[in-house]
Design a protein around this ligand. Structure first.
Ligand SMILES: Cc1cc2nc3c(=O)[nH]c(=O)nc-3n(C[C@H](O)[C@H](O)[C@H](O)COP(=O)(O)OP(=O)(O)OC[C@H]3O[C@@H](n4cnc5c(N)ncnc54)[C@H](O)[C@@H]3O)c2cc1C
Length: 345
């Protein structure tokens, strides 16, 4: 395995491998492979996990710059020391804490708080990536509005390492909210949970997270309220029948959500997870139809369905062929992460 320790070494490794026409499996700590779905067979494996420095942290400006191989959990700990955070919530559990910043962006990971904060694309303000030509390309910067021209960094987010290797990322970060409370409600059916979701989403205050979990323990609606004391108290009055928690007890509720997939995969080594995007109005019906353990980001239209055997592959819709053209510009010989995205590479 090739493990460069500087951006220049990474760019040089890519240039050399491309010059030799060698296919490349590129990643961080390769935790994604445990999710099932397509894996990449290649002549050479290249990891960005050796690039792990904190480059710049400006708590006053709410910005931070790190190398792509830094474990996401380490970045989160650094921010927490200053009362700040990145609300992306990667999976947790044995083996998953090693997920790198580059891997989180490569998979465009988002978690329960997506409803309020958006996804990585809303948090990245700058990036440097290394191409197969051996160039380091810098895009954006350290201020929130600074992209003139095409925002190339956004292209890398969710590209599953099929275009280039991210070497460093600049984020805008967020203060940890002063107050946070989570409400858990149990329902006899999925449709009843989604009726309650509809009622909450029509309310005037947006929840920070709203998930539906459906598994052998039944169907639960989880609602997280954050902000000032009045906001949290208004949710308490509105959801008086729910079980509410704060502090460590609340962290345990969301820890369980972040562990849901890793625990399922540990119990089902042949299994995998399919991500299903659905309009909010049809999420309940879709989740009932699935008949497998599921977690829904109930305010964002995403369902994670957990299959005991390999899930159906995600097909990329690229009718215009534009994605393929972009891929060919970066990687004309289709060397990087072959087979990662069906219908595209
Ligand atoms: C559809 C989908 C949804 C997922 N959702 C979640 C989720 O909600 N929560 C969660 O925790 N995990 C999720 N994952 C798994 C996620 O990929 C890992 O948890 C974590 O991001 C991986 O970190 P890693 O360092 O092990 O990355 P790897 O497993 O090594 O890589 C993950 C992807 O990112 C690419 N990549 C890695 N490093 C770089 C880099 N430096 N530059 C460019 N590309 C890079 C890889 O090529 C690969 O395609 C999801 C994965 C997929 C495919």
């Amino acid at each position: 395995m090739i493990r460069p320790e500087t951006p220049q070494q990474l760019a040089e490794a890519l240039r050399m491998l491309a010059g030799e026409h060698r296919s490349i499996r590129m990643g961080g700590n390769f935790t994604k492979d445990r999710l099932g779905g397509p894996t990449t067979a290649a002549a050479e494996t290249l990891t960005t996990a050796g690039l792990r420095r904190l480059l710049q942290y400006e708590p006053q400006d709410l910005t931070v710059s790190v190398e792509a191989g830094m474990p996401f959990a380490e970045l989160q700990r650094t921010l927490a020391e200053k009362g700040q955070m990145l609300p992306l919530d990667p999976f947790t559990g044995p083996g998953w804490e090693s997920a790198t910043v580059g891997g989180v962006l490569g998979a465009n990971l988002s978690g329960p708080r997506r409803r309020l904060y958006g996804t990585a694309r809303d948090m990245v303000i700058g990036m440097t990536f290394a191409t197969l030509e051996g160039k380091l390309v810098q895009t954006g910067g350290m201020v929130v509005k600074n992209v003139a021209g095409l925002d190339m960094g956004k292209l890398m987010i969710g590209s599953f390492g099929t275009l280039a290797a991210i070497t460093s990322v600049n984020f805008k970060v967020f203060p940890v909210p002063l107050f946070s409370r989570t409400f858990v409600m149990e329902f006899p059916t999925v449709s009843k949970a989604f009726s309650e979701r509809d009622r909450i989403l029509k309310g005037q205050l947006p929840p920070a997270a709203i998930d539906v979990v459906n598994d052998s323990r039944g169907c639960r609606l989880l609602v997280r309220a954050t902000g000032n004391q009045q906001v949290v108290d208004r949710f308490s009055a509105d959801l008086a029948q729910a079980r509410s928690s704060e502090g460590e007890e609340e962290s345990a509720v969301w820890h369980e959500v972040r562990e849901f997939t890793p625990r399922f995969l540990a119990a089902n080594p042949e299994g995998g997870v399919a991500m299903i995007r659905t309009p909010l109005a049809s999420m309940g019906a879709e989740m009932e139809r699935l008949k497998v353990p599921c977690i829904a980001r109930a305010g964002s239209g995403v369902i994670y369905a957990h299959y005991a055997a390999d899930p159906p592959p995600t097909q990329v819709h690229d009718e215009s062929g534009m994605m393929k053209k972009i891929k060919l510009m970066f990687d004309p010989e289709n060397l990087m992460n072959r087979g990662r995205l069906h219908g595209y590479v």
